[in-house]
Design a protein. Structure first.
Length: 265
């Protein structure tokens, strides 16, 4: 089973300590949700994992391979990233946009191969965007565009899928559609999926485990039931909440009650 191990990652932006001694393991077939308030280090953590940023301390291991020993091309073959603001403004067709995911496998002067097209068509099929292949991506809805961006990441044939707020700016219908897709692909393909989210209820519904960050440190790690407690949320988010289960579905629900004034203790 594929394993992603993060060992003691720390990162600073000049005088700001963004991450400090972050350690956890995620396995294939699992969605690990990364939660925490603004400024807690969620996006920075993803960027350190795929080496967009270089942590000052710590290592990232994919099946015991240190990513610092991999080239950028090799990292792109191992990890697919769906960034928070992934809007494509040039009117590429959907097929052209997803073909960009094959760049880590192509030579500088080489065009796409039959194998590239086969993999891209499969990514389009998996994300239910094959019928959009000839359309300009700029003419799609927000939910359709996000499915295309996920298809582009899948075209990289990654073992690890990193998604930074994949449902931000989407209406509730498209939020559920995207997260159902992510869950299905994670299970079917045995992907290690890391997903940042501001929505605690969606995180509870779709993530197998949650990593809660507070000021760049791991505050809690476990199942949604273990992490999303009133005490944890009060400390990290400074909000009083009620945590219940929906009487029909049994899904964990977080109901905000009031904010808490004052500094954290």
């Amino acid at each position: 089973m594929m394993q992603l191990r993060i060992k003691g990652i720390s990162f600073r932006y000049d005088s700001i300590q963004a991450l400090e001694d972050v350690t956890f393991t995620a396995v294939g077939g699992e969605i690990l949700g990364i939660i925490g308030p603004n400024g807690s280090g969620k996006t920075t953590l993803l960027r350190c994992i795929n080496r967009t940023l270089e942590p000052q301390v710590g290592v990232v291991l994919i099946d015991d391979r240190d990513v610092t020993h991999l080239s950028r091309r090799e990292i792109a073959q191992q990890m697919g990233l769906v960034p928070q603001d992934a809007a494509i403004t040039f009117p590429f067709t959907v097929l052209e946009a997803v073909l960009m995911g094959r760049h880590p496998y192509r030579s500088i002067l080489g065009g796409e191969t039959p194998r590239d097209l086969e993999i891209v068509n499969e990514a389009l099929r998996l994300t239910n965007t094959l019928h959009l292949a000839s359309r300009p991506i700029t003419g799609l809805s927000g939910g359709e565009q996000q499915r295309v961006i996920i298809a582009r990441a899948l075209a990289q044939e990654p073992d690890v899928l990193l998604l930074d707020e994949p449902t931000s700016h989407l209406d509730i219908n498209h939020q559920l559609e995207i997260l159902e897709l992510v869950r299905r692909l994670t299970k079917e393909r045995g992907l290690v999926t890391l997903l940042t989210s501001h929505d605690l209820n969606l995180a509870a519904r779709y993530c197998d485990r949650l990593l809660m960050l507070e000021r760049g440190r791991v505050y809690a790690l476990g199942t949604p039931e273990e992490v999303l407690t009133p005490a944890n949320i009060r400390q990290v988010y400074r909000v009083e909440v009620e945590v219940t289960r929906h009487r029909s579905t049994g899904i964990l629900q977080v109901l905000p009650l009031s904010s808490i004034e004052g500094d954290r203790v």
